[in-house]
Write a protein that binds this ligand. Structure first.
Ligand SMILES: Nc1nc2c(c(=O)[nH]1)N[C@H]1C(S)=C(S)[C@@H](COP(=O)(O)OP(=O)(O)OC[C@H]3O[C@@H](n4cnc5c(N)ncnc54)[C@H](O)[C@@H]3O)O[C@H]1N2
Ligand code: MOO
Length: 410
């Protein structure tokens, strides 16, 4: 078992782990946020016929070769078609059909002139300039052709993809299943949110924070409740959870104290410990293991430490199990708006709020940074990695931040 490893090494170890995905079939509207697990080929052209992009008149381009502002060509109007209908007439020389946007181009026509550029009555239409053949005609298959792979396996399904699938008439698709995340809080000091707080006790906030984080990144989260600092009790709960979960996340009991049982519990349920403790603040006491192809994360009990280590180590595993090929946080250049003077001998993730002003990103920092403080994480959308033995950082310094939320949230 590796211990006291760098963030880079921890990430490398996790990166090397085999990811066992599973595939399910779901309905179109349910599929938003899932990753497509099949290639989607079109069996139709979209649009399925040549159509008009304008309200106007369809006719033969060659009929209007001499049309000019002062010498318009007059064509006889033989029919009128709306979108959704097809003219039964074929256009001959000197003829035109009145056509609405989206309607099928009638036989014989090779050009459409918009209303505004014509003068018309019910019987005829005057054309004042020549258009080259195929002008203002949307070709059959312009968007999608028969046989095109329109969506490839690995694509994240969002609004546009749902629209594309709808246009192909596909109502059920194969996607990668949401990873199932089981969350257990350990600690004799914990009570649940609906219980009274007695002396020495605190509420279990971690399970709720973690469940919300897991859901936010596409996991199916289940809170297992609270477990005392008792190896047998924790073993029983986790053995049961492993029948269902792809990922187990515990909080508390990851350090070196008398009640820090998690490493032993992971070991006793048959887990293989990949590493214990990282050179990272907050959250250095972390136990990470595998149980077959399932992941075991024992995070620190300190709420901000659990939050930040979740974003760094658990989030990518959830995304990969969900079939996502890209899972790095977006990193941007920013300017620090507050001093951060603490220098430490470990890498440190500092929470911040990053926003854009006049084309430049700025990051403000809260005044509370402790790993036991959750309140100052509210409204924060970014993490500033202060490398070991660097600093002090001053207001105005150029920094890089990782975005954990791409929207301005404050
Ligand atoms: N002798 C040492 N002591 C500690 C070290 C160390 O290296 N040597 N590391 C410290 C650091 S850093 C951290 S972080 C903590 C992590 O400890 P644990 O992972 O064992 O967590 P606990 O001790 O169980 O809890 C820490 C803290 O968080 C509160 N907590 C726990 N669970 C929850 C929950 N579900 N919801 C809200 N708050 C929770 C708990 O009451 C504690 O106050 O260890 C240091 N000690
Ligand atoms: O590693 Mo601990 O979370 O800083 O207090």
């Amino acid at each position: 078992m590796k211990t006291n490893i760098s963030i880079e090494e921890a990430n490398r170890i996790l990166e090397e782990q085999y990811i066992e995905t599973s595939i399910i079939e779901i309905s179109l509207l349910e599929s938003q946020g899932y990753v497509l697990a099949e290639n989607i080929k079109s069996n139709i052209n979209i649009p399925p016929f040549n159509r008009s992009p304008l309200d106007g008149y369809a006719y033969k381009s060659e009929d209007t070769l001499n049309a000019a502002k002062d010498f318009p060509t007059t064509l006889k109007v033989i029919d009128s078609i709306q979108a959704g209908y097809v003219s039964t007439k074929s256009i001959g020389n000197g003829e035109a059909i009145r056509i609405m946007t989206g309607a099928k181009i009638p036989e014989g026509a090779n050009v459409v002139m918009k209303y505004e550029d014509t003068e018309f009555t019910d019987k005829d239409v005057k054309i004042f300039h020549h258009l080259e053949p195929e002008s203002n005609i949307v070709k059959k298959g312009e968007d999608i052709k028969v046989g095109d792979v329109v969506l490839s396996k690995g694509v994240i399904i969002d609004s546009a993809e749902i629209g594309i699938l709808a246009s192909l008439g596909i109502s059920r698709i194969k996607v990668y299943a949401k990873p199932k995340v089981a969350i257990l809080a350990t600690g004799d000091e914990l009570v649940d949110i609906y219980e009274e707080l007695k002396e020495g006790k605190i509420r279990n906030s971690n399970s709720y924070t973690i469940a919300a984080q897991a859901k936010r990144w596409g996991g199916d989260a289940r809170i297992l409740g609270i477990c005392k600092d008792n190896i047998e009790e924790a073993k029983k709960i986790l053995e049961e959870a492993l029948k269902w979960a792809n990922i187990v996340v515990t909080t508390g009991g990851a350090s070196v104290g008398d009640a820090d049982i998690i490493k032993e519990v992971f070991h006793e349920i048959g887990g293989n410990i990949l590493f214990w403790k990282t050179q990272m603040k907050p959250g250095s006491p972390i136990v990470v293991g595998k149980h077959g192809n399932k992941f075991l994360f024992g995070l620190s009990g300190n709420p901000a430490a659990a939050f930040i280590t979740f974003e760094q180590f658990v989030r990518p595993i959830i995304l990969r199990l969900a079939g996502k090929e890209k899972y790095d946080l977006m990193e941007i250049d920013s300017i620090l708006e507050d001093d951060f003077i603490k220098i430490s001998n470990q890498d440190r993730y500092v929470r911040g709020y990053t926003y854009k002003k006049n084309g430049q990103y700025y990051t403000s920092l809260p005044n509370k940074h402790s790993s036991g403080v959750l309140s100052s994480l509210s409204g924060k959308n970014s993490l500033f990695l202060v490398k070991a033995n660097t600093g002090p950082y001053k207001k105005g310094d150029k920094i890089k931040v990782e975005l954990i939320n791409y929207l301005e949230v404050e």
